[in-house]
Unconditional design. Structure first.
Length: 90
């Protein structure tokens, strides 16, 4: 089963660089409660933004998949996804 968490503003903006364009405490608490210890798939920009947020602490997820179109990108400690269609089909 795949569960999605998606948020965007009224202009359909999902992110602003490496930040969320709003700060709603309840949204962040909901996200944390649903993803803590879970297997997650996120884009490389999201991964790096969270890495900065959590600083030196490990990210609070189980298995982490990072999707990217950069076939040369390798991140230690995560499973890289270079073809999202193939990933979702398996």
């Amino acid at each position: 089963m795949i569960n999605l968490i998606w948020a965007m503003d009224k202009n359909q903006l999902v992110g602003d660089g490496d930040r969320i364009p709003w700060h709603i405490k309840e949204d962040l608490l909901y996200y944390k409660s649903k993803t803590n210890g879970q297997t997650v798939l996120m884009g490389d920009t999201t991964y790096y933004s969270l890495k900065g947020y959590y600083k030196e602490k490990p990210l609070p997820y189980g298995k982490i998949y990072v999707a990217t179109i950069d076939k040369n990108l390798v991140i230690d400690g995560v499973i890289m996804v270079y073809d999202i269609i193939s990933f979702l089909e398996n």
